[in-house]
Design a binder for this molecule. Sequence first.
Ligand SMILES: Cc1ncc(COP(=O)(O)O)c(C=O)c1O
Length: 451
Amino acid sequence: MPASEPRTLPVTRRYADPASAAARLHRQARSVMPGGNSRTSVFMAPYPPYAAEGLGCWVVDVDGDRRLDLLNNYTSLIHGHAHPAITAAASARLARGSAFALPTSEEVELAALLVERLPAVDQVRFANSGTEAVMMAIQGARGFTGRPKIAKFEGAYHGSYDYAEVSLSSSPENWGPLAEPASVPYAHGTPPAVLADVVVLPFNHPAMAARLIERHARELAAVIVDPVPNRAGLMPASRELLESLRAVTAAHGIVLIFDEVISFRVGYHGAQGHFGVNPDLTTLAKIIGGGFPVGAVGGRAEVMAVFDPSGGTPKVPHAGTFNANPVTMAAGLAAMRLMDRAAFDRLAELGAKLRDSVAACFKDAGIPGSVTGVGSLFRLHPSDRTLVDYRSSRHEKAEAARLERIVRFLLDHGVMISTTGLGCLSTPMGDPEIEGFLDVLAAALRAERGA
Ligand SMILES: Cc1ncc(COP(=O)(O)O)c(C=O)c1O
């Protein structure tokens, strides 16, 4: 709970001054990058603060303001910034060469760690991002089954890749019936063939999803599901949904992919361990790179064999100049070794406390709002509807505007979460940081009530 006497709030708005270093950088950025931006998810109108440095759970911007980092590069920094053990491991590797056209011992060690921890992973291959991991998993499933289509859930994000983006942001005007969601393009110019090859499923509606999978079964290579889908609301999948997906895909020889790019944060054995359901393939990224670009696909040896080049050209060739980059592997190994069971449990406990307190904050302020998430993940919602799926968690116009004001208030008072309300914890955080955040959130909600 926030302290009853509000403390003095930090004010972190120097970036907003048109004469600030951030404003200057953005003017220059606009002339050399479209919209001054290289990553849609970090765009803020008219421009964001620019980062100068990070240490632990704090980030300092180029204008000298310091914020609690509750976004952690979109959940990827589970130990916050510049953790000494990770910095030492990456620097030591860097000093001995940063990339080779040969494998290194570090990739074998990180692969072994992932195989040991993830119940459904016998073997692993590395890539450079979660997007690449998803592309590789989908190709792998096609190669294994010889079928063209995939099924994914409405509103779920699986990276910047046209098949994975179908129905990422569908709206009431185009989303069609819940029992048979339409395949809606995200990027302009998405080929109709892509839409035709993606079956869209309603999240947390197991019977409807199973019916659609059965209808397309003979053409489906894969069903991909994020067990804790952020963009679809960060409501965990029901166990019933995951068990039903496991049963129906197994019955029809369809590859079940768990996208654990974010959800590996949920526990030592990932979301698959948490929910007790084993997929055929698992995609990973974010925390396994220790703060460096990374992606990976793991899974059953029988399916992973499609990538095996040892008997000649594999069914699914997979190359990549920086795959299993040794600096990334060294940093990832250091980060994952620090994340023992106790570290996962402590973050999950802190996360549960934070989510309870955030819900109480909304209630005390009398502002419609709620919070979803699991483990060290949370997401603020500007409504108190029951949230089940993408459709129920999609914001109305006034709700979106309320969330935008709250997020901006946080940004301008020393706290960073995503513009969509996503946040997560890192190991340098403890009760004082959480209480500091709750103070600022309570002030944001008081300001909302005043408005
Ligand atoms: C569930 C999920 N899958 C895939 C991706 C893509 O990962 P990356 O940004 O590393 O390409 C993301 C990114 O946020 C994600 O949340």
